[in-house]
Design a protein around this ligand. Structure first.
Ligand SMILES: [Zn+2]
Length: 208
């Protein structure tokens, strides 16, 4: 929840956005049958669990346009970021607060990243031919200065592919990414009660 408030709040290019924590109604369900159509299911599952016909052996999975997020149980231990210390060069980077000693993204930001996927945000490095109307050029991210007042976030967002681009990740989104979510929402492509991930989750959904 802290991560959602942190990552999904911001402003820039004439818009501002925030995560409505008060009205999010997030609670722990005891069983799958407790799920209602408006619920988002965040499942913490063991490594190797079969999801949509494949063995799940990565950190997390968020289905585009679904209300389903899977987090690998083996990442729950990644919750303590390395300390920010004076004189430690890593302290000069946001990642000092977002990664563990072993260089793993901590679980709360992993969750926020997957939440971005459910709202149709692709990785910032994604191929334009796969992303269609949602494509945002790399140059935009490289030049984007966040209005957070923290220059260490500039040029970075939560939607980097953290498996191979950890050093370019930060707990923020840009106005253009927020506009992607709004467009998808306006096209009635969000919150349709899809609480599981289909076979085609690796491909991005068709344009709208
Ligand atoms: Zn991802």
């Amino acid at each position: 929840m802290d991560a959602l408030s942190e990552v999904f709040s911001g402003s820039g290019e004439g818009i501002s956005w925030s995560f409505d924590r008060e009205n999010s109604y997030i609670e722990v369900a005891e069983a799958e049958e407790d799920l209602e159509a408006h619920d988002h299911a965040i499942r913490i599952v063991p490594d190797g669990t079969e999801i949509a016909g494949k063995k799940f052996n990565i950190a997390g999975l968020g289905g585009f346009g679904t209300q389903a997020i899977y987090l690998n149980e083996n990442r729950l231990k990644y919750k303590d970021p390395i300390a920010v210390q004076q004189g430690n060069p890593l302290s000069k980077n946001w990642n000092a607060r977002g990664i563990t000693k072993s260089g793993k993204l901590i679980i709360k930001y992993l969750f926020a990243h997957e939440a971005g996927h459910t709202a149709y945000l692709p990785h910032t490095q994604e191929d334009p031919s796969k992303v269609g109307k949602d494509f945002i050029p790399k140059s935009y991210f490289a030049n984007y200065r966040h209005s957070t007042g923290n220059g260490l976030f500039d040029g970075k967002t939560i939607m980097s592919n953290y498996e191979n681009g950890l050093m370019s990740i930060a707990p923020v989104l840009t106005p253009r990414q927020i506009k992607v979510i709004v467009r998808r929402n306006n096209a009635s492509m969000l919150n349709n009660g899809m609480q599981s991930i289909g076979e085609d989750y690796e491909g991005l959904v068709p344009d709208y």
